[in-house]
Design a binder for this molecule. Structure first.
Ligand SMILES: [Zn+2]
Length: 55
């Protein structure tokens, strides 16, 4: 698996567990596991990145 950077926090994602999870259980291509779980931003990501729209 190629390494990518989280679009939200910039963390390097290399291992499968570094990637966030979509609602369907697939790995997110955009966000790390700290920012993205079950297809949505985590509380951590929202508080760490105030530019994220929370609606
Ligand atoms: Zn992240």
């Amino acid at each position: 698996m190629e390494s990518k950077k989280c679009t939200s926090c910039g963390a390097l994602m290399q291992k499968p567990e570094d990637f966030g999870k979509e609602k369907n259980g697939e790995a997110s291509a955009e966000y790390c596991s700290r920012c993205w779980q079950d297809g949505t931003f985590t509380d951590w990501a929202v508080s760490a990145n105030l530019e994220v729209s929370t609606e």
